[in-house]
Write a protein that binds this ligand. Sequence first.
Ligand code: XMP
Length: 187
Amino acid sequence: MKVLLNEQQLKQGVDRLAAEISTAWGRRPMTMIGVLNGCIVFIADLIRRLEIPLRIELIQASSYRGQTTRGPLSLAGDRQLELVGRHVLLVDDILDTGHTLATLQNRFWKAGAASVRTAVLLRKVGCQQVQVAADFVGFELPDQFVVGYGLDYQDQLRNLPYLAAMEPGDFRPLSDGDPLIAEQERR
Ligand code: XMP
């Protein structure tokens, strides 16, 4: 794996994003909706930098069925959110094809939200298949599969404190003794 963003760079990016969101949002109450599982680290860091009155909802969306390939989007914990008249900030780890954000945005508008904006830590450049605007973007990346800071490969590596790109030799079924998993233990 190749480190793309170290802890310091991630911290600075989230600081910058929080400042942008604060300026744009004003004092309107926010309903932040995080997309699990990938948002966990990002959202935890982001909320502690915002001084806006906010409530938090979490929704589980998953589109990866293979190792890194996209399958149909499935939503779990798919209960009815109370969004009528609310100003929503949808928070996801990464904007790739755009299907996840587009589907969720549409859903929140239909649920009666007064506004729906989106914040992503990462945006893969040139990968969007559906038109979707990300209002707040932490970092832009070329098309590569990334892990760490909440993002996973085979449900592993989310707890790396940095963001790394997987290299061709890294894509294999991971078992407990795999050197990639040992990377987390070595820290
Ligand atoms: P779409 O294609 O709907 O994808 O914009 C958004 C979701 O896909 C996952 N995703 C990734 N997860 N490394 C990951 O660990 C990646 O490089 C990557 N690219 C997309 C992620 O769950 C995101 O919410």
